[in-house]
Write a protein that binds this ligand. Structure first.
Ligand code: PLP
Length: 297
């Protein structure tokens, strides 16, 4: 996130914000000394192309940041709709965080025509935390080469030069690289389309579990994540409301960790992940534990 900003923002960056991680990117931009502007929508809502279009039309920006799947709110913004703007603003760098979507949801980097996709591998890849993967367009690499203050450790041109020699600018966490190689074998053995379909099915099953227990969803309808479900628990009107910390404890007693809501929606939402290696069978055991916990509340 910091590297993309340091390499690609010369004029002003538009940080599209709809939750804790995308909000953080605005802070990151400012701390990197960049002129940054916030496009803030309420938590639970997605970022829409027309909102970006209205800002980019001012001509003030040479980059924008978007989070594809905002993990804190369970909202997936429509990436294809947003990426289509690139044709209208070819000189603006489109930087996209796919931390909790990459490998679980199709992200066609070349076809979308965007400039950077990045992902920490501890979410949808289901690897231990400690490694980030990214790719960038030829235009992004060319622009990075002109950036005066891109530093050393996040310098895209250093990464490119080193990658040509199968190297990295500094010593990486080699254990993670082996883990990634192994995980990629698993991913391609499953097949990408099958993996995408599995995530879609498990997200739908989790939404059905929530609805079946009287809960509503926190994200705006039609923009729900396919890798996690953010259950509404009083953050928005409607639906059932429970004591989330007590529920979490009862679920934990049965061997599962679920999240009790992130940041300012802690307790008024809770989140159930289906990303990575989860299967219909593993999710069924979680639903059963949550059923028991609800009865014990
Ligand atoms: C978790 C997450 C991050 C931040 O990852 P850290 O490794 O904790 O900095 C960024 N973006 C998204 C969408 C995330 O889910």
């Amino acid at each position: 996130m910091e590297g993309a900003v340091r390499n690609l923002v010369a004029k002003r960056v538009l940080n599209c914000m709809c939750g804790a991680f995308s909000d953080k990117w605005f802070d990151v931009s400012q701390r990197c000394g960049k002129a940054a502007e916030a496009l803030q929508v309420p938590w639970g809502s997605p970022i829409r192309a027309e909102q970006i279009d209205a800002r980019l039309a001012t001509g003030r920006f040479d980059a924008l940041t978007v989070i594809h799947n905002e993990t804190s709110t369970g909202v997936m913004s429509p990436l294809a709709e947003i990426a289509a703007l690139k044709a209208k603003y070819p000189d603006v760098m489109f930087i996209v965080d796919c931390v909790s979507s990459l490998t679980a949801v199709k992200v066609e980097f070349d076809a979308l025509g965007i400039d950077v996709v990045l992902a920490g591998t501890q979410k949808a890849f289901a690897l231990p935390p400690g490694l980030t993967v990214f790719t960038c367009s030829p235009a992004a690499r060319a622009k990075a080469a002109t950036a005066p203050d891109r530093g050393y450790y996040f310098d895209f041109t250093e990464f490119e030069k080193n990658a040509e020699q199968h190297m990295t600018p500094s010593t990486p966490s080699i254990g993670h690289v082996y883990a990634l190689a192994s995980k990629l074998e698993d991913i391609f053995a499953e097949g990408l389309e099958a993996r995408f379909a599995r995530h879609q099915q498990l997200a739908e099953a989790t939404r059905a579990w929530a609805a079946g227990h009287g809960f509503t969803r926190f994200p705006d309808a039609g923009f729900e994540s396919r890798t996690l479900t953010c259950v509404n628990n009083g953050a928005k009107p409607g639906g059932r409301v429970i004591d989330v910390p007590k529920f979490q404890k009862l679920v934990k007693d049965r061997g599962f960790l679920i999240d009790g809501g992130y940041g300012k929606i802690k307790g008024t939402t809770f989140r159930i992940s289906n990303m990575g290696d989860e299967t219909a069978a593993t999710m069924q055991t979680l639903y059963a534990a949550m059923d028991e916990a609800l009865r014990a509340l």
